[in-house]
Unconditional design. Sequence first.
Length: 265
Amino acid sequence: MKKTFTDQLGREVHINYPPKRIISLVPSQTELLFDLGLDTEIIGITKFCIHPGPKVQSKTKIGGTKSLNIELISRLNPDLIIGNKEENSKADIELLMDSYPVWMSDVTTLEEARAMITQFGELVNRQPESAYLNHLIQSGFADLQQLSIQSPFHKKVAYLIWKGPYMFAGSNTFINTLLNVAGFINVVESPRYPELSLLELARLSPDIVFLSSEPYPFKEKHVTEIKLLLPNVQVVLVDGEMFSWYGSRLLKSVEYLFHLQKAFS
């Protein structure tokens, strides 16, 4: 039967319900779909969709998140495509919208992430599974936030996502939300992902600089490079998935952020 849903961009999306041929264009959302039990329904994913490992290997890879193979997607003939405003190319998405039902997420807060999980459950007929997942995520983050309130440590951080030029996670990002929930104070107040030199960063006086494992794969050599220029700042490699994957990986993010919080208390 036909059913209409509203995505997180406020668009109405008409699909054959429940969908049987789903393409996911975002790694964190791919993992969420698998965790909701859509093993058979998922027919296409991006080359960056790496979780859950054993299940993604057999699925058709339809390019990168910002470089989709539109011809291959057409050959797969999906009855639902799921993307994200930030992670996918606007031109690719608009092209796909001309031919297929495309449901788009737009997530910068935990509330929007939980809303997305609820909407996924409704969209793919997995409401009990999504409700239980949301319950676990909400409980975990409530505990984490309570701990940060009870034992505030006021550590000022900067979160690097790219090199050449250096780019940081600023306000109005999901990364910033998770930093705040864990009790960290983001010194980069500009919105989205501003470019800053290390000299400009030094003027913001962070206590800690987090180097993310994605999208740029920072390594130990980069820790050494930045420490030479910022000798009084702690420079730490962190798991980018734990800060920027806004689906079911949030269950693991809670524990990761708890240990990170304890490490700097």
